[in-house]
Write a new protein. Structure first.
Length: 116
């Protein structure tokens, strides 16, 4: 559930390890935005200034998210958010996330999957 570092180049070396930036960082961000839309607050670091948020490495240390009791959201919506926040290796791509049961239902009816 860690955010990828924003790197201007496609590949960046960190020590002996090379890190490739993919659209999975966008998937992580989508989970953050979706959580904020549902709850009206950040999933972690809520109430901190941007300066404090960065100084405390809130995103890098975020390992667990609590879902407030209100508003009540479906387990499918929670699962959608959890999938978006998985470790980058296990995190779905945008196309895979589009296949989420949460996005596939409209009034309880399965809708066609998006194509990317």
């Amino acid at each position: 559930m860690r955010a990828e570092r924003i790197i201007l180049s496609v590949t960046h070396s960190i020590g002996l390890m090379s890190v490739r930036i993919t659209n999975k960082g966008d998937v992580w961000s989508l989970g953050i935005i979706f959580y904020q839309m549902l709850y009206g607050k950040r999933p972690f670091g809520h109430g901190q200034t941007q300066e404090g948020f960065l100084a405390n490495n809130v995103v890098l240390n975020a390992m667990k998210v609590n879902f407030p009791d209100s508003p009540r959201i479906s387990e499918e919506a929670k699962s959608f958010i959890r999938k978006a926040w998985r470790d980058q290796v296990c995190r779905p791509s945008i196309a895979e996330l589009c296949k989420s049961p949460y996005l596939q239902k409209e009034n309880g009816v399965i809708i066609p999957c998006c194509t990317i």
